[in-house]
Each structure stands twice: as C-alpha cells, then as structure tokens.
Design a protein around this ligand. Structure first.
Ligand code: FE
Ligand code: ZN
Length: 236
C-alpha cells in the first residue's frame, strides 16, 4: 500500500504541493516535486523517514528547487523524464514514458503528458489508484501551456480521462478556489459542482488538500475534462 503525505510549500503565494510517499510493505519512501526543502525536511523528521528518491513531474523551478538540498541530506536520487535530464540539476535516474518505476513494492506507471512543458510526466500508481498530476491537472482547472499546444493538452487530458473513476489524484498546486468560479458557471451551478465545492471547502478549511476527490468527480465538474472535442476545449 502507498501512503501519501501532502506538504504545502510556498504557502500563500504559489501554494505548491509536494508529496511524501511511503510504500508500507518496505517503508521505502520518496518525495514528489519538492518546491522547497524546509517544510519537507520538517515533515520527514516528524515521520522519522529518509526518502530514497526525489521524483519530478517536470522541470519548473517551483517543482524542483528543493531537489539538491534534499538529495544531499538524505542521499536520495533525483528521478525525472529522460528528456528533462539536461535541465534538472543533479538528475540521476532517467525515466522512459510507458515504462514503470518502483518505490519499494509500489509501482508507478510513467505517463507522458507533454503540454504544460515538453516531457511533463504523471506518476500513476495503478494498484493503489493514486495519480500525481503535477501542473497538468488541477482541481477544477488545468496548467498553462508553457511549451506545448492546445492539441497536446487535449491529448494529455484524454489520457487522464481514460483512467478509472475511482483513482484519487494529487495536483501540483492548491488552486481549487481560484478555479471554482469558472467551473461553477460552466456547470450552471448544478448539483455536481455544488457537492464538489462543499467537499473542497471543508477540506481547505482544515488545511488539507482537496485530494481525496476522485477522477470520477473531476470528470463531472472540470470544464477542461468535460470538453468533448478540441474545438470546445480551445474555446474555454
Ligand atoms: Fe509548472
Ligand atoms: Zn507549478
């Protein structure tokens, strides 16, 4: 089983989520997208763990800036898409999309979703029904197109849409309330978006990520996932 511990970084201005993941069989752990080192070190101390890997979804500074400090502190290996090796400092393990990477006994499928950046990847722990979406899918919206085209993003989102509804996804930022208005209007304030927002607000109030929201719920409410063709998608 895979345990996920969210760590809010750059709180209040960028609201990044880094995630500590622990494989419960082996107690082997990893950090996903360490935006900064300090809050993650604090949490690792609390949990008394020394992560062995640092996994990056993409090369943007707000997802990798904690890499080197954490890698040195824990003697952890930095892991990223092979195509990002040249632009992520200290990267040691190259991932090939459509293959897998193990954190202990937990297996992540590596899914290429080039659009927000070229070479952006998702980590999909299929057996655990857990997906890390970086800056591709957020709650109720998606990441901007820094290096890709709307066509590529539409393709990337279709890959996510093809995953089962009971998968829980963990995004790279807490942007839910900022995205809520557009989603509310898009959905004409229907009961799906109402119950989504009620759930989200409750979580945020507790200082928690909206994350237990599933892909199924997201597919019902996120305008970018609901767009059924490229033209409709481009008009959002
Ligand atoms: Fe980004
Ligand atoms: Zn980001």
């Amino acid at each position: 089983m895979l345990k996920v511990i969210p760590v809010l970084c750059r709180a209040g201005y960028m609201d990044n989520y880094a995630y500590i993941i622990i494989d419960s069989n082996t107690q082997i752990s990893a950090i996903i997208d360490p935006s900064e080192a300090l809050p993650i070190i604090k949490k690792c101390d609390e949990l008394n763990i020394k992560p062995q890997f640092i996994l990056n979804t993409h090369h943007h500074f707000d997802h990798v800036e904690g890499n080197i400090e954490l890698a040195e502190k824990y003697n952890a290996k930095i892991v990223c898409n092979q195509s990002d090796m040249y632009r992520i400092n200290g990267a040691q393990i190259a991932l090939i999309p459509e293959t897998t990477f193990n954190v202990g006994d937990s297996i992540a499928e590596i899914i290429d979703v080039s659009a927000h950046t070229q070479g952006h990847i998702l980590f999909y722990f299929k057996k655990d029904k857990i997906l890390f979406t970086g800056d591709t899918l957020f709650n109720l919206c998606i990441g901007g197109l820094f290096e890709g085209t709307p066509e590529q993003m539409f393709l990337a989102l279709n890959k996510i849409k093809s995953l089962p509804n009971d998968v829980i996804f963990y995004p790279g930022h807490e942007y839910t309330m900022g995205c809520a208005k557009q989603a509310f209007i898009y959905n004409n304030g229907n009961s799906d978006i109402q119950s989504y927002l009620a759930k989200a607000q409750e979580r945020i109030k507790q200082g928690l990520p909206v994350a237990p929201i599933t892909l199924g719920e997201e597919k019902l409410c996120n305008p970018y996932l609901k767009a059924s063709n490229l033209k409709e998608f481009k008009n959002l």
